[in-house]
Design a protein around this ligand. Sequence first.
Ligand code: MN
Length: 209
Amino acid sequence: MKFELPELPYAYDFLEPVIDEKTMEIHHSKHHATYVNNLNAALEKYPEIDFKCPGQLMRNINDIPADIKQAVINNGGGHVNHSLFWKSLTSPDTSKFEGDIKEKIDSDLGGYDKFVELFTAAATTRFGSGWAWLVINKDGKLEVVSTLNQDSPLMENKRPLLGLDVWEHAYYLNYQNRRPDYIKEFFRIINWDVVNDRLEHAKNCECSR
Ligand code: MN
């Protein structure tokens, strides 16, 4: 099977001014598209590898043949991480932090302010390129973690609920070297409805949400 670049669920300017239109256009139509193309190219040699979604591919990364494993980590991870990222975002200051995720952040992480502190630290201190994540670990508890490059939390049996891309390509046009400013603004565009939905369906296939 071939993986395809998913359409964005909104226009390129929808996240303005937090993430500018040009950054979104390049990020989605060039960067994400390249991960999808490279993933398909890596898998071409092994037509018997047939996962129904990229998330399933990442959870079973240790079954991937050694000669393409790193390419699948980089590009399969790139595909699944970005797909999840786009859907987690909404227009600035329109989503309310409420519902089951609020209760779980209170109980597992010590409240919203603590979550912001942990997530900011994870995103800021990730050296070079990578991601910050809110995940459910295998014990069903929330954790804030970061990953290098395009590594997916799914490879460690963690279910991502929310991720932030901290590669320079995600923010450089607008924020240049000011990654901390980009991270601070990110909290305005989190779509908590989507995060709640992922929490509710955390045991199902992560690629449908
Ligand atoms: Mn990216």
